[in-house]
Design a protein around this ligand. Structure first.
Ligand code: AMP
Length: 493
């Protein structure tokens, strides 16, 4: 399985670059030393084999700890430092980790600071890794995603899931001694692709710092330095890069493949990329965190580009995809229904009790009901839309109910409704929270924004509009149409 391949590379790739961040590269040899030291520490101290939370922002110790945990048979939980403290504490309470690696103080568990980790990692005399403790059905990592109850949902992904995903990605990208560009922070499962595809193939993972803040100057400087050959990103990120006319062959002369995943890939994005990078290979992947990065893929050829809609392709060979109607009966070609994913990629489920019953058994096999609507046509799968209130904004997955719940938790509002505003191309371009204050509460929009910032990450924060009178429909619910009218100027505040 992949951990054997990874261990082989760590031992044999010597001075080849494994990881580059902020002008600093680490060789395979160095990374191996870091991993060995952390591995021995974990085996010695975490006797109960409790999960370990890894907190930070793409630093080398995060990758080293992920690998050390995997070899030691310990589940890791990546948490990016952009996530506000209140939300991180909700995660800690669910996970009950052995400790937190990274600078995060919590009254709930002990913390190994960055300084302590670096001291530990650098130890020149260390014992090598001679045993891999992780078994195929063990939980490899838990990634938290937006939950409709206002509390993040932890997806438990097994070693078998990751192994199957990375082997498939190796095949479709034909990776070999490449430089793989990372966009996503490690809280998002998009990063699983570059974290592991790089190390399993003896390639370099080149980290883009500040990709969430998107400082053009800094991003373009890093892109140029990277000389990346493969990039893994969301379409939204590519759209941002394309805003700058210089994004093209001059900046990334050796870029040969871009792997997209996470949201609708628009024709316009592909066409612009082909103009800037004439010989590039573009791969569209589809899948939720609950099915380990992605489960379908397609290379976008000129033939495909001629079609009206861009397909999300065909499933990997150990996965089956069915389209179901409301009664979970299979639909035929060209009929739109819910996408059901069956097979090796389906994760172990959510951590703890979660309301949604989306992990199911279908014909005796483990399956995941995605909430995505789609259809089969001419041998390819197409994504149509969502059937619920989950959206993608700037490439990030958000439950609108998660934002609403966190607003209600402030205890200031009689009524809250969060609305997404879309472009003509059906892309979410703005989030707006309409709120009606309780009679005795006096708060400004700015004050509400500031308090919400303590609860949810930047990418989930809507603009706030206080309404004196909240539009209600005949069922007594928020009148979504009227609220939409307010967002596009058809109605007045
Ligand atoms: P995440 O768990 O953050 O990866 O988000 C998963 C969701 O993103 C899916 O359920 C889809 O709604 C959406 N998604 C992922 N890939 C694609 C794609 N290639 N095209 C359209 N939607 C996608």
């Amino acid at each position: 399985m992949i951990l054997e391949e990874i261990l082989k590379n760590l031992k044999n790739q010597g001075k080849n670059k494994a990881y580059t961040i902020n002008n600093q590269s680490y060789s395979y040899e160095e990374l191996y030393r870091f991993v060995c030291n952390i591995y021995q520490f974990i085996l010695l101290n975490n006797k109960e084999k409790k999960p370990i939370m890894v907190y930070g922002n793409k630093e080398i110790y995060m990758k080293a700890t992920f690998l050390a945990c995997s070899f030691a048979g310990i589940t890791y939980v990546p948490v990016d430092k952009s996530i506000p403290k209140e939300r991180v504490d909700l995660i800690i309470n669910q996970v009950n980790p052995y400790c937190i690696f990274g600078d995060y103080e919590s009254k709930y568990c002990k913390n190994i600071t960055k300084k302590q980790i670096y001291e530990l990692m650098e130890n020149e005399t260390f014992n090598e890794i001679n045993k891999i403790y992780l078994n195929a059905n063990d939980i490899y990592y838990i990634i938290f995603t937006s939950g409709s109850t206002g509390t993040p949902k932890g997806v438990k992904v097994t070693y078998k899931n990751v192994d199957s995903c990375i082997k498939w990605l190796k095949e479709i990208t034909k990776v070999d001694n490449d430089i793989i560009l990372n966009q996503a922070n490690f809280s998002f499962d998009l990063s699983v692709a570059d974290l592991y595809l790089s190390i399993v193939s003896g390639s370099e993972q080149f980290i883009l710092e500040d990709s969430m803040v998107f400082n053009f100057l800094n991003i373009f400087k890093q892109l140029k330095q990277s000389d990346a050959t493969i990039a893994i990103m969301t379409p939204s990120f590519a759209d941002l890069l394309l805003l700058d006319k210089t994004f093209g062959k001059e900046i990334l002369p050796n870029l040969k493949t871009i792997v997209f995943c996470g949201e609708i890939l628009l024709k316009a994005t592909i066409q612009k990329l082909y103009l800037r990078f004439p010989n590039i290979k573009i791969i569209n992947c589809y899948g939720p965190t609950e099915c380990t990065f992605a489960v379908t893929s397609i290379e976008i050829t000129n033939e495909i580009l001629k079609q009206e809609n861009i397909p999300i392709g065909k499933p990997k060979k150990d996965v089956e995809i069915l389209i179901l109607d409301k009664n979970k009966k299979q639909l035929s070609n060209n009929q739109i229904g819910e996408i059901l994913i069956i097979g090796e990629s389906v994760a172990d489920g959510y951590l703890g009790e979660v309301q949604e019953k989306t992990f199911i058994e279908y014909n005796g096999k483990k399956a995941y009901l995605t909430g995505d609507l789609g259809y089969w046509s001419n041998g390819n799968l197409y994504y149509e839309s969502r059937k619920d209130k989950q959206i993608k904004y700037k490439g990030y997955r958000i439950e609108l109910l998660d934002i609403e719940k966190n607003l209600y938790d402030l205890n200031y509002f009689e009524k809250v409704k969060v609305i997404e505003k879309k472009s003509e191309k059906n892309k979410v371009i703005k989030l707006i929270a309409f709120v009606k204050l309780k009679t005795n509460i006096n708060k400004t929009e700015l004050e509400i924004k500031k308090e919400l910032a303590l609860k949810i990450p930047e990418y989930m924060r809507p603009s706030i509009k206080i309404l004196e009178k909240f539009p209600i429909n005949s069922n007594g619910k928020a009148d979504i149409e009227k609220l939409r009218g307010l967002t596009d100027g058809r109605e007045n505040y």
